[in-house]
Design a protein around this ligand. Structure first.
Ligand code: IPM
Ligand code: MN
Length: 360
């Protein structure tokens, strides 16, 4: 199989970690007889510096011409005045929103799983962690308040600003179907998150999700208010299987879900739309404070590449080979700084990549 992969390495540790995933994909190609071709494109601070825009049209066009997209991370250093003074639509993050929307990637899957070898890194009480954490946040990605009408004006209280949360039945239906289909392949439980006690958009969300649920009689559906969900995630995370959310609620809750596994450097994500072309990225950010030191953990990006093989290219055996190699390296006690614990062997980011490549 021959595939053309667009690489948006982005900023901070982005280039180091995408290099790790590329090395792993090349090894998989060699071993299983595939040809992966990589095209590096600009997005984020690097694109702003080179072209004045966070997402040049050329990058969008080339991503649309690719079979799938691998992304590192975008975002500049906190306190970088050149970036912070930019208007909203020219900030690096706007590039990320624009590429999601341009590729029609409405469905964002963020699995949060407690790796047995890393149980010690879980910040929750031992009796809670022991019940296990294995959930997937299914986040709507190109609607809601991120893309709704926004603006500023001047009123009685002086200057004001507003953003709008708006969802159509179609938008809720299609993301709900993703969640229920996924639940059918897992533990058959969907928790749908809303704030229906206050928001009209949430009341519509709840109605539509219940209608879609009728098509999936085997799946149990629970409605949960977003504030309660924030609490339940630390109190009893083992109750969650598939967590269905709007764009903003998923943004917030997926950080929490990742943190409770103690391994934000380990978690991959996929974003897909109506076609097989997806965007795959680690869920962590660009971490400019540790960039260039070769200490960043490449595993989340490497596992994102595995998701790409499975979900975009229908190569489950190859995906499994990567996941098994990652597990083997962890079982052997190798750790990057972020997941280091007593008695383990600390390695650099590039060393971690090499160890994984060797085991494929
Ligand atoms: C994420 C990030 C982005 C988001 C930012 C960088 C625009 O936080 O992918 O979760 O809010 O979606
Ligand atoms: Mn986020």
């Amino acid at each position: 199989m021959k595939k053309h992969i667009a690489v948006l390495a982005g900023d901070g540790i982005g280039p180091e970690i995408t290099d790790g995933a590329i090395a792993v994909l090349n090894k998989v190609g060699e071993k299983f007889g595939h040809e992966f071709e990589f095209e590096h494109l600009l997005m984020g601070v690097c694109a702003i510096e080179a072209t004045g825009e966070p997402l040049p049209q050329y990058t969008i066009d080339r991503c649309l011409a690719s079979d799938s997209v691998l992304l590192g991370a975008v975002g500049g250093a906190v306190g970088d005045k050149r970036i912070e003074k930019l208007p909203g639509h020219l900030r690096p993050e706007a590039g990320l929103l624009k590429i999601r929307s341009a590729l029609g990637l409405y469905s964002n899957l963020r699995p949060a799983k407690l790796f047995p070898a890393l149980a010690g890194a879980c910040p929750l009480r031992k009796d809670i962690a022991e019940r296990g954490i294995d959930l997937v946040v299914v986040r709507e990605l190109i609607g809601g308040i991120y893309f709704g009408d926004r603006g500023r004006g001047v009123g009685e209280g002086g200057e004001f600003a507003y953003d709008t949360e708006k969802y159509s039945v179609m938008e809720v239906e299609r993301i709900a179907r993703i969640a229920f289909d996924l639940a059918m392949r897992r533990r058959k439980h969907v928790t749908s998150i809303d704030k229906a006690n206050v928001l009209e958009s949430s009341r519509l969300w709840r109605e539509v999700v219940h209608n879609v649920a009728k098509e999936y009689p085997e799946v149990e559906l629970t409605d949960m208010l977003v504030d309660n969900t924030a609490m339940q995630l630390v109190k009893n995370p083992s109750q969650f299987d598939v967590v269905l959310t709007s764009n903003i609620f998923g943004d917030i809750l997926s950080d929490e879900a990742a943190m409770i596994t103690g391994s934000i450097g380990m978690l991959a994500s996929s974003s897909l739309g109506a076609t097989k072309r997806g965007l795959y990225e680690p869920i962590h950010g660009s971490a400019p404070d540790i960039a260039g030191k070769d200490i960043a953990n490449p595993i989340a990006t490497i596992l994102s590449a595995a998701m790409m093989l499975r979900d975009s290219f229908d190569l489950p055996e190859e995906a499994k080979a990567i996941e098994a190699a990652v597990n083997a390296v962890l079982d052997e006690g190798y750790r990057t700084a972020d997941i280091m614990s007593e008695g383990m062997k600390q390695v650099k980011g590039s060393e971690m990549t090499r160890l994984i490549v060797d085991r494929i």
